[in-house]
Design a protein around this ligand. Structure first.
Ligand code: CMC
Length: 424
């Protein structure tokens, strides 16, 4: 029997169905609320609003659980390759050996980007932030593959659009770095796997025999998996809303990239390193910066701390912190910002302000230190996040399309002027 919640308004009682998710999460279904009662709900920032049912990712913020299609993030990081996680997120199950070989082959053989895209790319000044270049070039894919504009096309057509995007994003991402450096681009090398190929396009030069360091490859593989999906976050919600108007996958993901760019979302990884560098330059006094973060008159926030959903710990941050120590040790790197980060974390976790508000290090707190250790420049950090998040965005977009969800269109509570005359 469906459980219901009762809503009392002006002496009338309305029954609202209560739905239960597969992990026991409960939701009050208000989809008919306005039609029945004339009221809408108000939830600025969607803090309590479920925008969809989804079977991709489960997250328990109190217990610090993150699972994709039932698999824990710990297991996935330990045992899987990023590309098979991508397949599993998008298609629901891990591929069998034959399917995976075929998938890898297809992705590898779509990594080249149309030469005409170079003209667009060459138009960017070297001051362009790589995230801006990335989102622009992802949108421009619509020009080269106009058949992608209609997402209601055949499932095979959608699959090809997905494969092209997965294949080309690392190429475009590496190019955006090359642009910033003023270097010539490296074309993809089809002998290499997905992650190694990206490293090659970033750091390999055609005149040298570039060898991918396995420590670096493994670290990057793990980081990409850790970012692969995170249910209805700001960028995934953006991808779904944009896609709900039947915009193409490329346009929807480009919008997601722009949503990710902000400092409160994926842009936090760049902001963390900049913050740690500032603290270092300023003498390394972490208490001073904790005081700034607590001061309501100071706009400073502790970047890489706090999360809308995690209120205990972020399981991704735990994995990254451990990986950070391992990678720096294997590469023989001593990074003073790691010491500052650890001191900052230790001090914050003892501080009442952070304890009361349940503010813990999030995925972005330590990731930048690893990126830096493996040679990724600071402005590319959020691009790395985007590369990792791509399968999640695609999976969210595909699920939304397949469920035939209606166009995303929230309501509002108007609090402006009432009708008035234009006196002229
Ligand atoms: N430093 C200082 N105070 C903070 C911080 C922080 N990093 N985060 C939250 N607070 C305070 C906030 O001022 C508020 O205090 P009060 O109740 O006194 O007004 C309280 O904690 C609740 O914060 P909120 O802003 O209402 O929480 P939210 O769920 O709207 O925001 C957040 C979540 C992640 C945007 C926020 O914690 C933040 O700005 N963190 C820093 C940026 C960051 O690291 N972002 C990456 C998030 S994880 C990866 C991703 O999603 O991309």
């Amino acid at each position: 029997m469906t459980k219901t919640a009762e809503l009392h308004i002006d002496g009338n009682v309305y029954e609202l169905p209560i739905l239960e998710g597969s992990e026991g999460e409960k939701a009050i279904d208000i989809s008919k609320l306005r039609a029945q009662t004339g009221h809408i709900t108000l939830d600025v920032g969607f803090k309590n609003t479920g925008s969809t049912k989804s079977s991709i990712t489960f997250l328990d913020g109190e217990k610090g659980i993150l699972r994709h299609r039932g698999y824990t993030i710990e297991d996935l990081c330990e045992k899987a390759d990023f590309l098979e996680v991508a397949y599993m997120l998008i298609y629901g199950e891990f591929p069998d050996a034959e399917t995976y070989e075929k998938f890898k082959y297809t992705i590898t053989h779509h990594t080249l980007v149309h030469e005409d895209m170079r003209k667009i790319f060459d138009g960017f000044p070297s001051t362009a932030h790589p995230m801006g270049v990335l989102s622009s070039l992802v949108t421009s894919l619509t020009a080269f593959y106009p058949e992608s504009l209609d997402p209601t096309t055949s499932p095979e057509g959608v699959d090809l659009t997905i494969e092209r995007l997965l294949a080309k994003l690392p190429t475009i991402a590496a190019w955006s770095y090359k642009n910033e450096m003023g270097h010539p681009v490296n074309y993809p090398n089809n002998q290499l796997d997905y992650v190694s190929n990206f490293l090659y396009m970033m750091f390999g030069f055609r005149t040298e025999n570039y060898e991918v360091n396995p420590v670096v490859r493994d670290a990057l593989n793990k980081l990409l998996i850790l970012h692969a999906d995170h249910e209805q976050n700001c960028s995934a919600a953006t991808v779904r809303v944009v896609g709900s108007s039947q915009a193409s996958l490329y346009a929807s993901v480009s919008a997601g990239i722009n949503a990710l760019w902000g400092r409160l979302h994926g842009g936090a990884n760049q902001a963390v390193i900049e913050m740690l560098e500032n603290i270092k330059k300023d003498g390394g006094d972490v208490e001073k910066y904790l005081a700034k973060a607590k001061d309501k008159d100071d706009p400073f926030r502790l970047m890489g701390f706090g999360h809308r959903v995690y209120k205990n710990f972020d399981p991704r941050a735990r994995i990254i912190k451990k990986s950070c120590d391992d990678v720096l040790e294997s590469l023989g790197i001593k990074d003073p910002t790691l010491e500052i980060a650890k001191k900052l974390e230790e001090a914050a976790l003892k501080d009442d302000y952070f304890v009361e508000r349940k503010l813990f290090p999030n995925v972005d707190f330590y990731s930048g230190i690893i990126y830096r250790a493996i040679g990724i420049p600071t402005e590319m950090f959020t691009v790395m996040f985007a590369m990792g998040r791509l399968p999640g965005w695609i999976a969210q977009w595909k699920e939304m399309r397949e469920e035939g969800q209606p166009i995303g269109r929230p309501r509002q509570l108007y609090v402006g002027e009432n009708e008035r005359k234009l006196e002229k």
